[in-house]
Ligand binder design. Structure first.
Ligand SMILES: *Cc1c(COP(=O)(O)O)cnc(C)c1O
Length: 427
C-alpha cells in the first residue's frame, strides 16, 4: 500500500516536468526563471535585454523551419544558392551599409558571429590590403583602453602591436600616437568607438591630421564600433560612424548590443575594392568565393536581424537611441543631485562612478574597474533599452541607502569629485 502511494506520488510530481519526448525540463525551467529575473537588473553590460523575438520564433515553429539546418557558408553578396539565408543576409548588409556611409556599388560585408569576429575580419583584411599595396608588414596602432579583443587578435594574427596610452577619460592620446607612428611602415589603425569601461571615442579628426602630417606609406582604418555603432547612426552624431566623413575602411558592430538579438551576432562592412586585395584561397566547391575567415556561418542570425530591422525600421531605432541618450542624462542628473562622483564621455551611454558596495555590484550586475586617477575603485552602468527610468530610480535608491550606510566615507568621495570636473556632455 505504502509502495503504491509512493508510485502515485512520484507519478503526480513528474507531471509538467517532462517534455513529451521524455526530456526532463525541471532543470531547464529553473534556469529560465533565473535568467528572466536577472535580466531586469542587467545594468553593467552593454546589451539590449528588451529582446522582442517571440513572433519570430512563432513563425519559425509554425513554418517548420525550426527543424531545418541552414548554413550561410559562402559569399552572401554573390550567392550561388544552397540551403542558406544569403538573400536575407544581403538585405541586412544593404540596410546597414548607407548608415555607415558605404556605397552600395562598392560594398562587401557579412553578418558575423560577434563584434570580435568583425574586428578579426577588419584587422585581417587591413593587414592583407596594406601588404598588397606596399609589400610590407603593417604596424597595428590602438589605444590601450580599446577592447581587449584587439590585443588578442593582434596576437592571433601575429601583428606588430603598438599600444597607445589613453588620457584619463579613455581617449587615445594623439601626441603619443604621433610619437609611436612609424611612417616607413604601413599603418593599421583600430579606432575605439566606445572603449569598454569608460565609453571613450577616439578623435578621428585628430588621428587623421597626424596621418596627413606624417604620411605613412599606406593606411587602413578599422572602426571598432561594437556598441556605439549601434545607436550613433540614429542620433545627430551620426557622422562619427560615417565613412564619407571619416574615411575608415571597415567597421564592426555587434548585433546583440543595441539591436536586441537574443544571441551573439554582428555585422562587418568593408568595400569591394578592399575585398579584391584579399587572399582568394581558390576553393572550387564553394565557387571560389570564400573571402571570410569562417566557413560555416549562421543562417538563423541573419533571419533574426532582418526581422528586427523590419519590426523597428529606422524610426524605431531612432526612438530607442533618443531614449537611451535621454535616460543616460537622467541617470547623470540623479547622480549629480546625490553628489555621487561620476563621469561620462561625449556621445556615450556609459556612466562610470565610484564603486558602491558589493551588494549593489551584485544586484545590478555592475562591471568593476580600477583607476587611480579617479580615486581607485570604479564601476559603470551602460544604459540600454531595458534600463530606463524605473530601473534607474531603483538603482539610485540603492545608492542612497549605500551612501547612508557608509556616510563616514563621504568626504573622501567629495574630494574625488572636485579633482576631476565633469566633462561637458554632448548628447
Ligand atoms: C562589446 C565590444 C567588443 C566585443 O564584441 P563582442 O560582440 O562581444 O564580441 C569589442 N569592442 C567593443 C568596443 C565592444 O563594446
Amino acid at each position: 500500500m505504502a509502495r503504491l502511494l509512493w508510485i502515485i506520488l512520484i507519478a503526480v510530481s513528474t507531471i509538467g516536468n517532462t517534455f513529451a519526448d521524455g526530456v526532463p525540463n525541471e532543470q531547464l525551467n529553473r534556469f529560465a526563471e533565473k535568467i528572466i529575473q536577472a535580466k531586469k537588473r542587467d545594468l553593467g553590460y552593454p546589451v539590449n535585454q528588451n529582446v522582442q523575438l517571440n513572433d519570430f520564433y512563432q513563425w519559425y515553429l509554425d513554418t517548420g523551419l525550426s527543424n531545418s539546418l541552414m548554413n550561410n557558408a559562402g559569399n552572401p553578396l554573390n550567392s550561388h544558392g544552397g540551403i542558406n539565408s544569403h538573400a536575407f543576409e544581403k538585405e541586412v548588409i544593404e540596410f546597414f551599409a548607407p548608415l555607415y556611409g558605404f556605397d552600395k556599388n562598392d560594398l562587401w560585408g557579412i553578418v558575423t558571429f560577434s563584434g570580435t569576429d568583425g574586428n578579426n575580419h577588419g584587422m585581417y583584411f587591413g593587414a592583407k590590403e596594406l601588404r598588397a599595396k606596399t609589400g610590407k608588414a603593417p604596424i597595428l596602432y590602438v589605444s590601450e583602453e580599446a577592447h581587449y579583443s584587439i590585443k588578442r587578435l593582434a596576437d592571433l594574427q601575429n601583428l606588430e602591436l603598438r599600444l597607445i596610452p589613453a588620457d584619463p577619460m579613455g581617449r587615445m592620446k594623439i601626441s603619443e600616437f604621433e610619437k609611436a607612428l612609424d611612417p616607413s611602415k604601413p599603418a593599421l589603425i583600430v579606432i575605439a568607438m566606445g572603449t569598454t569601461f569608460k565609453g571613450a571615442i577616439d578623435d578621428q579628426k585628430a588621428i587623421d591630421d597626424v596621418l596627413k602630417r606624417k604620411k605613412p606609406v599606406a593606411v587602413y582604418r578599422h572602426l571598432d564600433a561594437a556598441l556605439f555603432g549601434g545607436f550613433l547612426p540614429y542620433t545627430r552624431h551620426r557622422d562619427l560612424v560615417n565613412r564619407t566623413k571619416f574615411h575608415f575602411d571597415s567597421i564592426s558592430v555587434s548585433g546583440h548590443k543595441f539591436f536586441g538579438m537574443d544571441e551573439p551576432a554582428g555585422i562587418f562592412l568593408t568595400t569591394h575594392t578592399i575585398l579584391k586585395n584579399q587572399n582568394p584561397f581558390h576553393i572550387a566547391y564553394l565557387n571560389d568565393d570564400m573571402p571570410m575567415i569562417n566557413c560555416s556561418r549562421s543562417g538563423l542570425a541573419p533571419l533574426k536581424l532582418w526581422w528586427i530591422i523590419q519590426k523597428n525600421g529606422k524610426a524605431g531605432f531612432t526612438e530607442q537611441a533618443a531614449r537611451i541618450m535621454e535616460s543616460t542624462r537622467y541617470l547623470q542628473e540623479r547622480l549629480y543631485a546625490l553628489h555621487y562622483p561620476h563621469w561620462i564621455n561625449d556621445y556615450s551611454n556609459t556612466v562610470f562612478f565610484k564603486r558602491p558596495s558589493q551588494w549593489i555590484i551584485e544586484k545590478w550586475h555592475l562591471a568593476p574597474d580600477y583607476d587611480d586617477r579617479f580615486g581607485g575603485e570604479l564601476a559603470h552602468v551602460v544604459i540600454m533599452q531595458h534600463a530606463f527610468k524605473p530601473a534607474i530610480n531603483e538603482f539610485i535608491e540603492d545608492l542612497k541607502a549605500d551612501m547612508a550606510a557608509n556616510s563616514g566615507n563621504e568626504t573622501a568621495r567629495e574630494n574625488v569629485s572636485e579633482k576631476i570636473p565633469l566633462p561637458a556632455t554632448n548628447h
